[in-house]
Design a protein around this ligand. Structure first.
Ligand SMILES: CC(C)(COP(=O)(O)OP(=O)(O)OC[C@H]1O[C@@H](n2cnc3c(N)ncnc32)[C@H](O)[C@@H]1OP(=O)(O)O)[C@@H](O)C(=O)NCCC(=O)NCCS
Length: 179
């Protein structure tokens, strides 16, 4: 399936036009129990508000927004690279909001998104990437497979959508140390 999926970086105009489609993916993930900043009940208003602010960030050049589209050009996955960093960390970027619709999971979509993130980071002159993810979640294996290193864990960092506390695990990837 991942062969029939196209991964691409959206232009600012495309990001603004994709707010509704991206909201569908976010809502599906939160309804599926993903800890990605939102609590249940997840609403269309919260989701579209979030993606509008992301699209504004894309327009300002502060972040890169990637999508994975299936053969029908429907968005089934997304991830972001936050490029705007303090002036003493110009070489650094953060990966955020890796989301794959439940219907499209376990077919390598997230892996394709992570490969594309590396290429975009290099193109933007970024050599050190970081991210955090819920401890014990499915994404931990994904990042380890993609060559990320585990820096450590912070217990009781956030709430799951149902209100239960969860830890976060910090990962990093030094692109300058990899071919
Ligand atoms: C974590 C997440 C992004 C993974 O997306 P995905 O597209 O299913 O990821 P992949 O398909 O690349 O890999 C997932 C698993 O499927 C397996 N897989 C990949 N292609 C496969 C295939 N063709 N056949 C069978 N299994 C396959 C992978 O080996 C991996 O196995 P694992 O469970 O042992 O780790 C997705 O589960 C998700 O969106 N979760 C909710 C949001 C979330 O938690 N995001 C992380 C925020 S930091």
């Amino acid at each position: 399936m991942s062969d029939s999926v196209t991964v691409r970086r959206l232009t600012p105009a495309e990001a603004a036009e994709s707010v509704g489609a991206l909201a569908e993916v976010l809502i599906d993930c939160v309804e599926g129990g993903a800890s990605v900043s939102f609590m249940q009940p997840m609403t269309e208003a919260k989701a579209t508000g979030f993606w509008r602010s992301v699209a504004d960030g894309v327009a300002r050049g502060e972040r890169a927004l990637l999508v994975a589209e299936n053969g029908d050009a429907r968005i089934v996955g997304t991830v972001q690279l936050v490029l705007a960093m303090p002036e003493n960390q110009p070489h650094r970027a953060e990966v955020a909001k890796m989301l794959v619709h439940r219907h499209a999971r376990r077919r390598g979509v997230a892996q394709r998104l992570m490969q594309a993130i590396d290429a975009i980071a290099r193109g933007e002159g970024k050599t050190l990437l970081a991210l955090d993810t819920v401890t014990g979640g499915d994404a931990e294996r994904l990042y380890a497979r993609a060559g990320w290193q585990r820096a450590g864990e912070i217990p009781n960092y956030a709430l799951m959508p149902d209100g239960v506390l969860c830890g976060t695990t910090i990962f990093f990837k030094d692109l300058s140390a990899q071919p």
